[in-house]
Design a protein around this ligand. Structure first.
Ligand SMILES: [Zn+2]
Length: 671
């Protein structure tokens, strides 16, 4: 799943944020921990496993209404007299019947549905209960994912994503299940879901689509709307695209790219048991992307020309990492989202080369460091699934764990580990311990040290080094010492000596504990010594520190926590007072808060700074012009707009805007 997209003129966002802004203060992180619905609850331990759902649902899309009956086949782990599910709080339960068809009592409390049984269900024995329910799904109100619509019914397009709990869900993200979905919609609509499709049954005014997914996975997503399928042309791939009219022309390029990504992953992870893939465009008011078995749903803002292949690669990898193999508990979630992020990076390395891969991993490291200290990866179950903290720890640090594992055990053993994972755990869940054993088997190395420091605890090294050079008979010798503060640290660390007039000499030094000595011989005169130059290890250094503080400030700004954001940008300026970006952001916030003098001062300082990125110049002049217009100084405003035009930089339409305000003064809210 991917979330985000941010506004102009932002540094390019890596993921798609939901349109609605986060209204969560960083200072409230402690409150968010463990309280929110999401992974946290699932872990509280269910006493039963759902094996199969048979859902008959009628969608009255023009009225945003669902009426449904779900037969739930389950196996209790102990004798049970009560069952607890999660169900979208807008859905009303009408009736629940036990295996003998008798009505039983139930209680709703927000997201929870508790069912009390008169006759106990026996441990180990397959039983079925039936839940009849229905209701209105027309807004984000009552959403199981706070502030994000993940279940919506409408004539403009229906999306019922599994996170929307639009049917009674047990062990969210953990309990794998099979499903038969019989979905009835108005006769001009099409339904797309996971599994084998039957021929639609037509009746006057309506049509019923049936999908059977008979393996245990997460086939809980249904999409409906006015679609015409566009088969992809790529040879050998079974891909159908369901794009909306505005994007129909992009179907061939999306089909081709998806086929390439599927081919690449099939080579390195092993082929999927069923290669059919539907790529379906949903709406902009939800997550950027979501993947169910055989089905990738994308928001319109995620469908771009040229193809946003990174996002597509992340989503398609979920066909392996979630649909085929999934985390055993919420605490193992990095095996899903973290591995999806790293799979994306592997595809980027193959499709765009090493430099693009290294850029991506640097950005991933910054993302990981932004909230690294909040919780170890192994306690992801304590975090709310859709928060910046979750993204930092599970997605980004998770991806870094796979990156570092590859560095520690080598490319061959790493790829072997992923192959074994897809092969031995197909249609099953896997725990972090089981994954560790696969990596140990593939690499023939004991890896407790690795998982202990990177998965089970927090903490990131910051390396210092000292060195001296000695003349040898032939050439030179560098004798040095590396230091960092983490006591339990143990990793191979690359040390590179840059030499005069010849290629650098690189050695892999096994570092255990806080200090390690190294001796490296060179032919020509050593100039510099670099520790971990290729960023194999998640670490803090001056550059990442600046980027991390900046990323934290940007998050606060996106959450509209402006006073906290101002403080945080000032912290960024403590590290780098020359940062035009921090000044620009401060100017922008002050402008929004109508502190025009403060805003003007920041925009001016930004123009005197490092002008990185370049668009700051044009946008600062534009903003200064706007301030002059707002404060009734038209001549000075025109002067700034002219200076904006002189930059000749039309990033995010800056020049168009300058021309517009030259014609007609800027007024607040006139954009
Ligand atoms: Zn994902």
């Amino acid at each position: 799943m991917v979330r985000s997209v941010s506004a102009v003129p932002a540094a390019y966002p890596r993921r798609l944020r939901p349109i609605r802004k986060w209204i969560v203060h960083a200072s409230l992180v402690g409150v968010a921990l463990g309280l929110a619905a999401g992974w946290g609850r699932a872990e509280s331990g269910s006493n039963f496993d759902v094996k199969n759902y048979t859902i008959d649902a009628q969608l009255l899309t023009s009225q945003h209404l669902i009426t449904a009956t779900a037969r739930i086949d389950l196996i209790p782990r102990i004798d049970l007299t009560a069952l607890n599910f999660e169900l979208h709080s807008n859905l009303r339960v009408e009736k629940v019947t036990d295996p003998s068809g008798q009505d039983v009592t139930f209680k709703r409390d927000g997201l929870n549905l508790s069912i009390a049984l008169l006759n106990p269900l026996s441990a180990g024995k397959l039983s079925s209960i039936t839940v009849k329910y229905g209701g209105l799904l027309n807004s984000a109100d009552g959403s199981p994912v706070e502030g994000i619509k993940v279940a919506y019914i409408g004539a403009d397009g229906t999306y019922l994503l599994y996170p929307g709990r639009w049917f009674p869900v047990n062990g969210y993200g953990v309990n794998r299940f099979a499903a038969t979905m019989n979905i009835t919609v108005p006769s001009d609509e099409v339904v797309i879901a996971s599994g084998k499709a039957a021929v639609p049954e037509r009746e006057p005014g309506q049509v019923t689509y049936s999908y059977v997914f008979d393996k245990e996975s997460f086939p809980g997503t249904v999409i409906a709307g006015h679609y015409a399928a566009q088969p992809a042309t790529a040879i050998g791939a079974d891909i159908a695209l369901y794009l909306k009219p505005d994007h129909e022309s992009l179907a061939p390029s999306y089909g081709d790219t998806a086929a390439k990504i599927l081919g690449f992953y099939s080579d390195i992870f092993g082929p999927l048991p069923n290669s059919h893939l539907a790529i379906v465009e949903i709406a902009d008011d939800t997550v950027g992307g979501y993947t169910a078995p055989g089905l990738v749903a994308l928001a319109p803002r995620a469908i771009t020309n040229p193809v946003n292949y990174k996002l597509l690669a992340h989503e398609i990898s979920h066909l392996w990492w979630r649909c085929l193999v999934s985390p055993a508990t919420p605490n193992d979630a990095f095996l899903d989202e973290g591995l999806a992020e790293y799979s994306k990076a592997l595809y980027v390395q193959q499709a765009a080369g090493d430099a693009a891969f290294e850029d991506l991993m640097r950005a991933t490291a910054v993302g990981a460091l932004t909230h690294e200290e909040v919780a170890p990866i192994a306690q992801a179950g304590q975090l709310h699934e859709f928060t910046p903290e979750y993204e930092s720890i599970v997605f980004d640090k998770g991806a870094m764990v796979f990156h570092m594992l590859r560095w520690v055990i080598g490319d061959d053993a790493f790829h072997q580990t992923l192959k074994l994972l897809a092969e031995q755990y197909a249609w099953k869940s896997v725990s972090t311990d089981q994954f560790q054993r696969l990596a140990e088997k593939a690499s023939k190395q004991e890896l407790t040290f690795f998982f202990a420091q990177w998965v089970n605890s927090t903490g990131v090294p910051q390396f210092k080094r000292t060195w001296a050079v000695y003349r040898l008979q032939k050439g030179y010798q560098v004798v040095g010492k590396m230091q960092q503060d983490l006591d339990i640290f143990r990793m191979p660390v690359e040390v590179r000596v840059v030499c005069q007039g010849s290629r650098p000499v690189t050695e892999r030094i096994d570092m255990v504990g806080t200090t390690s000595d190294f001796t490296i011989d060179t032919r020509t005169k050593p100039l510099r010594v670099l520790v971990d130059p290729a960023s194999q290890i998640l670490k803090f250094d001056d550059q990442t520190k600046y980027q991390v503080e900046m990323a934290r400030a940007d998050q606060l700004r996106e959450q509209q926590a402006y006073l906290d954001a101002i403080k945080q940008y000032q912290d960024v300026l403590q590290i780098n007072s020359n940062s035009s970006l921090a000044h620009y952001r401060l100017g922008d916030i002050h402008f929004m808060l109508r502190n025009y003098n403060a805003a003007m001062e920041e925009f001016r300082r930004g123009l005197d700074g490092d002008l990185n990125p370049k668009w700051i110049e044009v946008w600062s002049h534009l903003k200064l012009g706007e301030i002059f217009d707002v404060t009734g100084q038209r001549d000075r405003a025109l002067n700034e707009y002219q200076r904006a035009l002189q930059t000749n930089d039309n990033t995010q339409g800056a020049l168009d805007e300058a021309n517009r305000y030259i014609q007609k003064p800027y007024k607040p809210g006139s954009q």
